[in-house]
Design a protein around this ligand. Structure first.
Ligand SMILES: Nc1ncnc2c1ncn2[C@@H]1O[C@H](COP(=O)(O)OP(=O)(O)O)[C@@H](O)[C@H]1O
Ligand SMILES: [Mg+2]
Length: 253
């Protein structure tokens, strides 16, 4: 399995780069600026939280990184490509390969088993023989403590279990970037803790983990806290976790 502890990374470049990113939406007769001149670098091996009040532009920012939405102006680079310039098909393939996306409401396909949900991203890219896809999916589910639920439908699992399954799905193709929008928004404290721990671990393993949350306490669990106010970056705080300096050093190579 590609996800291992202490993997040395040779790419010191920022995994995600936003330059002068502006996003406006047409509203009524006018225009609403959801993101205003956002410049941001996010490196591999770090866990970054995007925090701010409801409506501050957090989800819009996450959608710039995943390519779910495009900037009105500015440049978005992630995992080696100009995300803002990709066509639909290339975007879907690029995302499938490089970005694991995690949502507040899990978005597992309700008619497929948990195992099938996790196999799906590998099928989409056509990577690995079918047998290996199932093995990898099973390993991920085991790793997240829900191996016994593999043959169940999502509706039979608790919220915490569904979110772990959704994270397993997000990791199926071993992406270098994980983007999670309010991943703990629908979970109790215990399950939220487990997800935050997992994200810290994924960052230690060399991924760029980006988590959007309106809960400041949740955000403070990250290495770095980017605060948005009205679509602008108001502050970037580096957290003094004991592991943060290592992660930074490694990310810089
Ligand atoms: N598709 C859209 N059309 C119009 N306005 C939008 C659209 N998406 C988001 N907005 C507006 O942009 C602002 C930021 O939204 P969002 O990024 O979802 O905020 P957050 O995730 O921080 O709550 C909000 O005022 C929201 O109403
Ligand atoms: Mg949001």
């Amino acid at each position: 399995m590609a996800v291992k502890h202490g993997v040395a990374r040779d790419d010191a470049m920022a995994s995600i780069e936003l330059r002068g990113v502006v996003k406006t939406f047409a509203v009524g007769g006018g225009e609403f600026t959801a993101l205003d001149s956002v410049d941001l670098d996010i490196e591999r091996g770090t866990f970054t939280a995007i925090v701010g009040r409801s409506g501050s532009g957090k989800s819009t920012l996450a959608n710039m990184i995943t390519g779910i939405d495009r900037p009105t102006r500015g440049v978005v680079r992630a995992a080696g490509v100009r995300v803002d310039e990709l066509g639909e098909r290339d975007l879907a393939l690029w995302r499938g390969r490089n970005v694991g996306v995690v949502f507040q409401f899990f978005q597992l396909l309700p008619g497929l088993t948990i195992l099938e949900n996790v196999v799906l991203p590998m099928e989409f890219l056509g990577v690995r023989p079918p047998r290996e896809r199932v093995d990898r999916a099973s390993e991920l589910l085991e790793r997240f403590g829900i191996g016994a639920q593999a043959r169940k439908l999502p509706g039979a699992l608790s919220g915490g279990e569904q979110q772990r399954a959704a994270i397993a799905r997000a990791l199926a193709n071993d992406p270098s970037i994980v983007v999670a929008d309010e991943p703990t928004g629908n979970l109790d404290l215990h399950n939220s803790e487990a997800i935050l721990e997992l994200f810290s671990l994924l960052a230690l393993e060399g991924k760029a983990v980006v988590m959007v949350t309106h809960e400041r306490d949740v955000g403070l669990r990250a290495d770095r806290v980017v605060t948005l106010v009205d679509g602008r970056i108001a502050s970037i705080q580096q957290r003094a976790h004991d592991r943060a300096p290592n992660a930074e050093t490694r990310a810089r190579g």
